[in-house]
Design a protein around this ligand. Structure first.
Ligand code: CA
Ligand code: CA
Ligand code: CA
Length: 232
């Protein structure tokens, strides 16, 4: 029996499995045999070749990374996969004027982006609205370049400035203002504002009243991703 440990190319295999459930890899062994393996795992631990058969051992951990496209066409890669997305609402205060009450559900800003044009999967902040979210499966960290991406919905395709002030916190009481996003520029580098190596669990979004005179006042938030992340 021989076991091929695929430590170095695990990430590549993960991408293949995500693209197609029927993705295949061909393995040639030193004795001249050829094996075709179906790669359906989110994470491959090992490939075992025993006599005339070969099998894939799947890991039980979630996919190591994910790629998402926001409503503005920006491609966002989240190294921690779905764990990169904020997954708990800590507080929400709708702004005034307010959107219709059925659009206030802050849970719609949790998890991976799932935006549709019926407004059913986004949180409309209201003019000056505030939402605070948390990560339970990963920390936001500073990495080279952008660290945080706010998936904001471009609802009317005309309005292109809905500024939101963004703060992050390691503990819920000490906050760092890390700047602003507006539609079309939705990624933030927290590096200039935080201490090296710090781990952040909370993010707060404050609508800056750029879109108050519409039926949907305030920014539309679909999801919040830690591009710079470390799994807990
Ligand atoms: Ca950074
Ligand atoms: Ca709006
Ligand atoms: Ca959503």
């Amino acid at each position: 029996m021989s076991i091929l440990r695929l430590l170095g190319i695990a990430a590549v295999l993960t991408v293949l499995a995500g693209v197609s459930a029927s993705a295949e890899m061909i393995v040639y062994t030193s004795d001249g045999n050829r094996y075709v393996l179906n790669l359906t795992c989110p994470e491959i631990r090992s490939i075992t070749i025993d006599g005339g058969s070969a099998s894939v051992s799947c890991g039980d951990s979630p996919a190591s990374s994910g790629t998402y496209i926001d409503d503005w066409g920006t491609t966002v890669t989240t190294p921690c996969g779905e764990d990169s997305f904020a997954d708990q609402v800590m507080e929400f205060h709708v702004g005034h004027p307010s959107p219709p009450e059925r659009h206030w559900s802050p849970e719609r800003a949790l998890g991976p982006p799932d935006f549709t044009y019926d407004y059913s999967n986004i949180l409309v902040l209201g003019c000056g609205g505030v939402v605070t979210l948390a990560w339970n499966n990963a920390f936001l960290i500073d990495v080279p370049g952008d660290d945080l991406h706010i998936f904001e919905a471009n609802m009317d395709r005309v309005q292109d400035v809905e500024p939101v002030q963004v703060s992050v916190s390691p503990n819920g009481w000490h906050w760092y203002n890390v700047g602003y996003i507006q539609a079309g520029k939705s990624s933030i580098d927290i590096g200039p504002y935080v201490r090296p190596g710090e781990l952040f669990r909370y993010v707060r979004l404050v609508d800056m009243r750029g879109d108050c005179d519409t039926n949907y006042p305030g920014a539309e938030i679909d999801a919040v991703a830690a591009i710079g992340c470390r799994r807990r």
